[in-house]
Design a protein around this ligand. Structure first.
Ligand code: FAD
Length: 369
């Protein structure tokens, strides 16, 4: 069995970390990184072996994402989306034809995946989608727009969530596999952001976009369930990327604390260290429950809530100390990048407030332990 984490660690040291500042400055992940990730087999981690993937465990996938996020959150985010909310749902819900068509190319890294749920007026409240679908003979027509879609421009396959009737709320939603280049489907904008600058975040338009009826993923009316189960898996991945960012920030913080002698700075470092260790335990627990086939929703939300906050808090401290103590432009650029990047972690795969709602509901349910 390959030691996936160790492989990711080496790729980051040799390849990604030296390019991290340039990824942030140029807003681009060089193609050579995608090529290297493909050679390592990372794009196939969530894909069954019969379709050319590695069928890696959630613990292994978390290890890879944590290591890559230590080097660059942009690279890790693009990979996490491809793994958790694009290839994993196709592997779980796809027909044999859909799996044969998409998964081998996704495993080889020749076909990047994207997940299009969020709309300009619909984020956390995902039951109220306005992107519509209507059957037209053997085809389905899609109309509407999506926003904040990671990999939206580079992906060859996009999971698009649409409703046949907004009044049906969750029950009206279905999911479609839409290929890039389908007439009526366009990428209208790459969005400007505070951080995560190497990862493209896009707006997509579906204007009379016709796809075959056979491109529906999973049963009709189960799209909301597909989205929610994908996001639950995605939370383990985002927790792991948060942990990677927190570790990167901790390394910057300890380097700055070593520069000074004040004890209060050492206390800040100590607190950050404990938080990162606790975050690591939560990621581990969620991934282990997922691997054991147990209900991991509570653990995934707890990990997502805590790890994203730890990443943000440690990154803030690392940034403050660096600005205060270092005049080295490279050190300042690294601290600034980690600080700006960390912000997004509390938003994606369900915001902090949404994790609190999920946790509160699960914990107050009659059989919760
Ligand atoms: C960089 C980036 C990449 C992304 N990638 C993708 C992607 O690939 N695919 C995709 O579909 N989406 C993606 N998203 C969208 C992301 O999932 C949404 O931004 C997120 O779900 C929040 O939705 P919203 O932005 O509409 O905020 P809103 O839902 O409008 O929330 C605004 C604020 O209100 C709070 N809030 C909302 N509802 C409640 C409530 N009931 N109780 C308490 N507080 C509440 C939220 O926590 C938040 O603080 C991405 C976003 C970003 C920033």
């Amino acid at each position: 069995m390959p030691d996936w984490r160790e492989r990711a660690h080496r790729v980051v040291q040799d390849f990604i970390a030296p390019l991290a500042t340039s990824i942030d400055r140029t807003h681009t992940v060089p193609r050579s990184i995608g090529k290297r990730l493909a050679e390592e087999g990372f794009f196939g981690l969530a894909i069954p072996t019969e379709y050319g993937g590695a069928a890696a465990s959630a613990q292994d996938i978390a290890g890879v994402l944590e290591e890559i996020a230590f080097g660059s959150l942009s690279v890790a985010t693009d990979l996490a989306v491809h793994l958790s909310v694009a290839s994993a749902p196709i592997a779980r819900w796809g027909t044999s034809e859909q799996k044969e068509r998409w998964l081998p190319a996704m495993a080889r890294g020749e076909c990047l995946g994207a997940f299009a749920l969020t709309e300009p007026g619909v984020g956390s409240d995902a039951q109220h989608l306005t992107t519509r679908y209507a059957r037209e003979g053997d085809q389905v027509r899609l109309d509407g727009s999506k926003i904040f879609i990671t990999n939206g421009g580079a992906a060859r396959i996009v999971l698009v969530f649409a409703t046949r009737d907004p009044d049906l709320e969750a029950k009206g939603i279905s999911c479609f596999l839409v290929e890039h280049g389908t007439p009526g489907f366009s990428v209208t904008k790459r969005l400007e952001k505070l951080g995560l600058l190497g990862s493209e975040t896009t707006e997509l338009l579906f204007d009379g976009c016709r796809v075959e009826g056979s491109s529906m993923l999973g049963p009709e009316g189960r799209g909301f369930e597909i989205a929610m189960t994908a996001l639950e898996g995605g939370r383990v991945g985002i927790s792991a990327t948060s942990l990677g960012v927190a570790r990167a920030a901790l390394a910057l913080l300890s380097a700055r604390v070593r520069m000074g002698s004040e004890d209060w700075r050492k206390s800040v470092l100590a607190r950050a260290h404990v938080s990162v260790e606790a975050a690591s335990a939560l990621v581990d627990r969620a991934a282990k429950l997922k691997d054991a086939g147990k209900d991991y929703g509570l653990a995934a939300s707890a990990a997502k809530l805590f790890c994203s906050q730890v990443a943000f808090d440690v990154a803030r401290r690392a940034y403050d100390f660096t600005v205060e103590l270092s005049t080295d432009p490279d050190e300042r650029a690294a601290a600034e990048c980690v600080f700006r990047d960390a912000r997004v972690l509390t938003i994606v795969e369900g915001t902090t407030e949404i994790q609190e709602l999920i946790l509160g509901r699960k914990l107050s349910a009659p059989r919760a332990r």
